[in-house]
Every structure is written in structure tokens, then in C-alpha cells.
Design a protein around this ligand. Structure first.
Ligand SMILES: *[C@@H]1O[C@H](CO)[C@@H](O)[C@H](O)[C@H]1NC(C)=O
Ligand SMILES: *[C@@H]1O[C@H](CO)[C@@H](O)[C@H](O)[C@H]1NC(C)=O
Ligand SMILES: *[C@@H]1O[C@H](CO)[C@@H](O)[C@H](O)[C@H]1NC(C)=O
Ligand SMILES: *[C@@H]1O[C@H](CO)[C@@H](O)[C@H](O)[C@H]1NC(C)=O
Ligand SMILES: *[C@@H]1O[C@H](CO)[C@@H](O)[C@H](O)[C@H]1NC(C)=O
Ligand SMILES: *[C@@H]1O[C@H](CO)[C@@H](O)[C@H](O)[C@H]1NC(C)=O
Ligand SMILES: *[C@@H]1O[C@H](CO)[C@@H](O)[C@H](O)[C@H]1NC(C)=O
Ligand SMILES: *[C@@H]1O[C@H](CO)[C@@H](O)[C@H](O)[C@H]1NC(C)=O
Ligand SMILES: *[C@@H]1O[C@H](CO)[C@@H](O)[C@H](O)[C@H]1NC(C)=O
Ligand SMILES: *[C@@H]1O[C@H](CO)[C@@H](O)[C@H](O)[C@H]1NC(C)=O
Ligand SMILES: *[C@@H]1O[C@H](CO)[C@@H](O)[C@H](O)[C@H]1NC(C)=O
Ligand SMILES: *[C@@H]1O[C@H](CO)[C@@H](O)[C@H](O)[C@H]1NC(C)=O
Length: 509
């Protein structure tokens, strides 16, 4: 039974049946078909014997030679008397050291081709005839050693990105011979090879029994996406340059969601975001919107496509309400990873109706109010033709209120253009100028009939008056400033033009 277990364990016996052969009550049981073993590994010669009733076995010898008659002392490969049951530099051992058990099975380690051949058993002991008797059994055990076919076993636990793991490479056989050398090599899928680092822990030998050992080596590393698809080879080198190896491809479960697309969208345009997940196996990808906007994903103008590895979200004709945080959720096995995208819809309102211009005491005051995101800037093209004016701007939330004040110098246009723009869009409006009835008279009074020469003559005096006015205006504007949110841009210069009129009065508020 013991012998059979060994035969199975070491995969070294072909032809399973054991055969007993007897001569004069001296019987030996050997494996019938001979033993086939692999170079580098070991072979067990299963064997048991009986001796005649008058013979007490003391020790046993195993010979290796071509014919029984020509075997001599130099052919002894095992002798129980020698070296603690181990001979041939420890290559050969008896499985059962107690000879009285009549178990003559031996294990031969570090096999090479030259171990192929015939093996004979001789039992020495005491008989009734003499104390130093012996018996050589004529049936032989045959061993044939061939090139190795077994490969190391590489044990790979499930590999998950970020979870340190250990690969174990185990040499085949359970041989107690020389320790094989185990080495690991790593072959990447391409350029990234140099990024792979791992720790090879100490070689490990487990003593299973007195004569069997398991040799293994472990490789510890932190798996990441870059390891997926790489090949790891474990090479086992036995004595006599016999090497065997096994290569495995690593499958790392990993996940990397990435959102692509422009998160800044103009109102009325389409939001088009793609969430891609590089993973093995493929992930389940879903889009959602944070908070109150949650139902927007079911709007009719929303397209969602989920193909292998990516999900595209398209919202046509976005409005300001589509701004917000969009969430891509990738579910991979039982792991869920989310990534966020902050979507900004840029927009601008029309110029508000409560914008407008007024002329009062020859001072034109225009107010232009507009909304938008990002906050718009209001420009007055009219100002290109003036060197003297003040612009007052207030901003609150998305609203901008720009007020321009300037003295009109004779020529009065009926409309003033206000241009509100942010970085992506602009809104323009022509504001109509309302003139106070009391001012009308003045406008159509002497000014219309005065010849140009008179205008030139009084221009110097008017300039002086204007400077005084400017100073008054500046002071009054300073006092008016009260709103803490205000930003005031003021530009006041002495005019080069000759005014048609004296300018009196306060700016309109
Ligand atoms: C295994 O046995 C060998 C001798 O047979 C001994 O040198 C070694 O220390 C043992 N190893 C372990 C881990 O028991
Ligand atoms: C290798 O071992 C060292 C020291 O034990 C440790 O600091 C390092 O993180 C290990 N590397 C890997 C990839 O396991
Ligand atoms: C990795 O996956 C491939 C294909 O799914 C499979 O053929 C291979 O055996 C796997 N490798 C390991 C070590 O599980
Ligand atoms: C995103 O769209 C905005 C508005 O259409 C554009 O100004 C911006 O350059 C785009 N950004 C990228 C990265 O394409
Ligand atoms: C969304 O963007 C992708 C890539 O930029 C493009 O191929 C696709 O046609 C776009 N879809 C729509 C509806 O604009
Ligand atoms: C993907 O997720 C949805 C929602 O959680 C679920 O109904 C569906 O079965 C999942 N599909 C796969 C292939 O896991
Ligand atoms: C875009 O949305 C606005 C407001 O919801 C609507 O008035 C307009 O007709 C839409 N345009 C298109 C092309 O769907
Ligand atoms: C699911 O997650 C738990 C802990 O997070 C882990 O122990 C388990 O192996 C995972 N199962 C699968 C199938 O990934
Ligand atoms: C500025 O003056 C020129 C010439 O007087 C005129 O053609 C132009 O329309 C004026 N521009 C504005 C913005 O009023
Ligand atoms: C500005 O926004 C804040 C918070 O969003 C709000 O409480 C406030 O009423 C807004 N102010 C105006 C003038 O709209
Ligand atoms: C404002 O008036 C000018 C000429 O008076 C014209 O060219 C422009 O298109 C008008 N703008 C708007 C928004 O009506
Ligand atoms: C705009 O600003 C002007 C001057 O600061 C102020 O008189 C006016 O009331 C403001 N209009 C609005 C609608 O806020």
C-alpha cells in the first residue's frame, strides 16, 4: 500500500501492476513494467521482499549494472550500512529505513539519463548456515529516465488592482534531492516593462516526509492595470542544467473611468460627454446628475449610448439649468467607482427692457442691464466718439448694470447702442433716448441758428466752464457711490471739441 501511494505521488511509475517473484522462499515484489521517470526529478523503485524462515535480514544493497552476474562492489548505488541510509551523495535513500520491515523501496533523486538501467537487490543477514550470508534476487527493476515533461505549477490568486498579491511557483515532484533554483521573469505587453516591480521572497522547502520535499518560490507585487496581459515565467533549474519553465498570462481586474468631452457648453448647443472605463472584464457604466436635476437624464432630447467600455451622454439644446455636476458610475464586479464632471452652460440674456437713455440738462445718461454666465461685460460703442464720460457698473449674481453719463455736445443721436457680451456670446440693443420736454426748447433754440463762427468764438469760455463742471460732477459722483458691490470705472478728461452749449445740471441717476 505504501509503495502504491508513492508510485502515485511521484508520477514516476508506469505500468501500475506489481509482480511477486519467488525462489526458495525468497520473494521480491517489483513493478512489472519498469519505471519511467523524468530527468531532474526523482524515481521511486517500489520494492518489498521476503526471506526464508532461517534468514534474518541485516542490511540491503542496491546494485546498478547491466547483468546480475557482472555486478560487483563498484556497482553498489545504495548500502544501508553507509552514511545514514543515504548513498551516492545522498541521491539514493531507502523509504523505510527499518530493514526488518522488509521494504526495499528506494528513491533516487536528481535523475539524469545515466540513471537509466537495471537495478538489483541484495539482502545481507544471518542465516542458519553462517552469520554473514546474503541473497541476490534475480528479478531486476528497470528505470528509464527521459527528458522532463512536467512543468512548474504557478498558482495565481484572483488579481485585483491595488490589492497586493503573491504568486507561487512550485517545482514538480516531491523529491528530496538537490534544491532546484527557481527564478521569475516578467515579460510585459510592450513599453511598460520597466515599471513592473515585484519582490521575490525566499525560496521555500517544505519537508513533507523524511524523503519528500516540496520546493516553491513566491513573487509578491501590487497589481495594477499595467500588469494586465503581461506574462510571468517561472523557471526551475535542477542539477545537471536540466531546466523546466511555465509561463502564465496575468489577468488583472481593474477599472479606470475617464470623462471626455467639453464641459463648457453654450446655451442651445449640445452637451456631449463620454465616460470610458478601461476595465477587465467590462464594466457597467451609467450617467446621472447630482441633486435636483436628476430627472433631466430622461428628457426627450437626451441620448445615451452604452457600448462596450464607454457610455456617451448627449443633451441637445442645453439651457442654463443643465449646469451642474454630472456623475459617471462604473460598476465592475462588486466594485463601484464614480467620477464627476462639472458642466457649465454659458448663456447671455437679451438686454433688459428697463434699460434706456435720458437727456436731462444736456447730460445723457444711459442704463444697460443684462444677465449672463459668465458675467457679461457691457460696452458702449458710442463712447468711441467721446473723450469725456463716466461709466458706472454694478454687478450682482448674474446681472450687470452699466450706467454711462456724458455731456452731449450738440449732436444728439436718437439711439445709443449697448453691447453685452461674455466670452462666448453677445447681446446688442439700441436704446432709445428720451428727452425731457423742458430740454426740447433749449435744443431747438439758439443753437440751431447760431453760425459756426460764433461757436468758435465762445469755445474758449465754454472750455473753462466745462472744467468747472467736470470738477463738480466728479465730486457729486463720489458722493453718490454707496453700494458696496459697485465697481466704478471713471474716465474724465478735458474735451478737445468745442461744445455747442454750456452744460449745466446733474447727471441722471
Ligand atoms: C528538512 O529536512 C532537512 C534534512 O532532511 C533539514 O536539513 C531541513 O532543516 C528541514 N527543513 C525543515 C523546514 O524542516
Ligand atoms: C517589496 O518589499 C519591500 C520591503 O519589504 C516593500 O517596502 C515593498 O513595498 C515591496 N514591494 C512590493 C511590490 O511588494
Ligand atoms: C486570462 O484570461 C484569458 C482570457 O479570458 C484566459 O485565457 C487566461 O487563461 C486567463 N489567465 C489566467 C491566469 O487566469
Ligand atoms: C469647449 O467649448 C467652449 C464653447 O463652445 C469653447 O470655447 C472651448 O474652447 C471648448 N473647450 C475645449 C477644450 O474644446
Ligand atoms: C459627441 O462627441 C463625439 C466625440 O467627440 C462625437 O464622435 C459624436 O459625434 C458627438 N455626438 C454628438 C451627438 O454630437
Ligand atoms: C448595469 O446596471 C444596471 C443598473 O444598476 C443593471 O440593471 C444592469 O443589470 C447592469 N448590467 C450589467 C451587465 O451588470
Ligand atoms: C431649444 O430650447 C429652447 C428653450 O427650451 C426652445 O425655445 C428652442 O426651440 C429649442 N431649440 C431647438 C433647436 O430645439
Ligand atoms: C467583493 O468585495 C469583497 C470585499 O469588498 C471581496 O472580498 C470579494 O472578493 C469581492 N467579490 C468579487 C467577486 O469580486
Ligand atoms: C462716431 O462718429 C462718427 C462720425 O461722426 C459716426 O460715423 C459714428 O457713427 C459715431 N459712432 C458712434 C458709435 O456713435
Ligand atoms: C443672488 O444669489 C443669492 C444666492 O444665490 C440669492 O440669495 C440672492 O437673492 C441673489 N440676489 C439677487 C439680486 O438676485
Ligand atoms: C442699432 O442701430 C445701428 C444703426 O443705427 C444698426 O446698425 C444696428 O444693427 C442696430 N442694432 C440693433 C441691435 O438693432
Ligand atoms: C442701475 O444702476 C443705476 C446707477 O447705479 C441705478 O440708478 C439703477 O436703479 C440701476 N438699475 C437697476 C435695474 O438695478
Amino acid at each position: 500500500m505504501f509503495v502504491l501511494i508513492w508510485a502515485t505521488l511521484l508520477f514516476s511509475v508506469r505500468g501500475s501492476s506489481l509482480k511477486e517473484t519467488c525462489k526458495d522462499e525468497f520473494c521480491i515484489t517489483l513493478s512489472e513494467g519498469g519505471i519511467t521517470a523524468e530527468a531532474g526529478l526523482c524515481a521511486v523503485i517500489p520494492c518489498s521482499f521476503t526471506a526464508g524462515p532461517n534468514f534474518t535480514p541485516q542490511n540491503i544493497n542496491w546494485y546498478k549494472c547491466e547483468s546480475e552476474q557482472r555486478c560487483d562492489e563498484s556497482d553498489i548505488i545504495f548500502h544501508t550500512k553507509m552514511n545514514n541510509n543515504k548513498n551516492q551523495s545522498g541521491r539514493v535513500s531507502l523509504l523505510e529505513p527499518d530493514v526488518s520491515q522488509k521494504n526495499c523501496s528506494i528513491i533516487i533523486n536528481d535523475l539524469t539519463e545515466s540513471d537509466s538501467g537495471s537495478y538489483w537487490l541484495r539482502v545481507n543477514g544471518n542465516s542458519s548456515k553462517k552469520t554473514d550470508d546474503g541473497f541476490t534476487y534475480t528479478p531486476k527493476a528497470t528505470v528509464s529516465v527521459k527528458d522532463p515533461t512536467q512543468k512548474p505549477t504557478v498558482m495565481i490568486p484572483p488579481l485585483t488592482e491595488g490589492q497586493q498579491t503573491t504568486l507561487i511557483c512550485t517545482a514538480p515532484g516531491l523529491c528530496s534531492g538537490s534544491r532546484p533554483k527557481i527564478t521569475w521573469t516578467w515579460r510585459g505587453t510592450g513599453e511598460n516593462d520597466s515599471h513592473i516591480t515585484a519582490n521575490i521572497t525566499e525560496f521555500k522547502t517544505e519537508n513533507l516526509t523524511a524523503v519528500t520535499q516540496r520546493h516553491s518560490s513566491t513573487l509578491t507585487f501590487n497589481p495594477s492595470a499595467k500588469h494586465h496581459g503581461t506574462k510571468v515565467t517561472c523557471k526551475v533549474s535542477f542539477t545537471n542544467s536540466i531546466t523546466i519553465e511555465e509561463t502564465v498570462t496575468l489577468n488583472v481586474t481593474y477599472m479606470k473611468p475617464v470623462i471626455t468631452g467639453n464641459t463648457t457648453v453654450k446655451e442651445g448647443h449640445a452637451l456631449n460627454l463620454t465616460c470610458s472605463v478601461e476595465s477587465f472584464p467590462l464594466s457597467n457604466i451609467t450617467w446621472s446628475i447630482l441633486g435636483s436635476n436628476a430627472n433631466r437624464l430622461s428628457e426627450p432630447n437626451t441620448d445615451r449610448q452604452n457600448n462596450s467600455g464607454s457610455a456617451t451622454l448627449v443633451i441637445h439644446n442645453v439651457t442654463a439649468e443643465h449646469s451642474g455636476q454630472y456623475i459617471c458610475t462604473a460598476q465592475h464586479l462588486n466594485r463601484t467607482v464614480t467620477v464627476f464632471a462639472d458642466v457649465t452652460v454659458t448663456w447671455i440674456s437679451k438686454v433688459f427692457n428697463n434699460s434706456g437713455c435720458k437727456v436731462q440738462s444736456q447730460v445723457l445718461t444711459c442704463v444697460c442691464i443684462s444677465e449672463g454666465f459668465p458675467l457679461p461685460t457691457i460696452k458702449w460703442p458710442l463712447l468711441k466718439n467721446y473723450t469725456e464720460y463716466s461709466v458706472h457698473t454694478t454687478m450682482s449674481n448674474h446681472t450687470v448694470n452699466s450706467t454711462v453719463t456724458l455731456s452731449i455736445k450738440g449732436h444728439s443721436s436718437t439711439t445709443v447702442e449697448c453691447v453685452s457680451s461674455n466670452e462666448h456670446v453677445e447681446a446688442k440693443e439700441n436704446l432709445t433716448v428720451q428727452t425731457d420736454a423742458s430740454e426740447q426748447e433749449d435744443q431747438h433754440g439758439p443753437s440751431a441758428v447760431l453760425p459756426f463762427a460764433i461757436v468758435a468764438a465762445v469755445s474758449l469760455i465754454v472750455n473753462v466752464i466745462l472744467i468747472i463742471y467736470v470738477l463738480i460732477l466728479w465730486n457729486s459722483r463720489k458722493k453718490v457711490k454707496s453700494n458696496q458691490e459697485d465697481r466704478t470705472y471713471m474716465s474724465l478728461k478735458k474735451t478737445d471739441q468745442s461744445p455747442d452749449y454750456d452744460v449745466i445740471g446733474q447727471p441722471l441717476n
